[in-house]
Write a protein that binds this ligand. Structure first.
Ligand SMILES: [Zn+2]
Length: 132
């Protein structure tokens, strides 16, 4: 796991922005699927919970419910993060000079020190920063 900046610049370097964006969305939706499965697990846990059952069975059910809740919460957060991050970056994927969308490379020489990625338009050579 790298930083936000290194993940984005590696993604653009290796696959280009469009592929990076696509992957973020796919990965985001995989987390959404996991969220839904966890919610089903949670409901199933409530369904089978029985106060008359032996305490050990009750404990197992409670642990399963707890695990589903934790996994579901984590997956939901990852889903929202991936989606929002993809949108924030995509909103900055338009060249400020010629308005070309998603046709840029990483700036080869100096990358900015702060939390941003320097890119360069393939169409007109304009440079700008993508930040979060
Ligand atoms: Zn341009």
């Amino acid at each position: 796991m790298g930083t936000w900046r290194s993940e984005l610049s590696e993604g653009i370097r290796q696959r280009g922005f469009r592929k990076w964006y696509e992957r973020e969305l796919i990965s985001g939706h995989a987390h959404l699927v996991l969220t839904v499965l966890s919610a089903l697990g949670l409901l199933g846990g409530f369904e089978v919970y029985d106060r008359q059952a032996p305490w050990f069975d009750q404990l197992l059910t409670l642990l399963a419910v707890l695990a589903s809740a934790l996994i579901g919460g984590w997956a939901l957060r990852r889903y929202l993060y991936r989606l929002m991050n993809a949108e924030v970056v995509a909103n900055q994927a338009v060249c400020p000079q010629c308005q070309t969308y998603a046709r840029f490379d990483l700036v080869a020489d100096q990358q900015p020190a702060r939390d941003a990625v320097g890119v360069c338009c393939r169409q007109c050579g304009q440079r700008w920063l993508i930040s979060r």
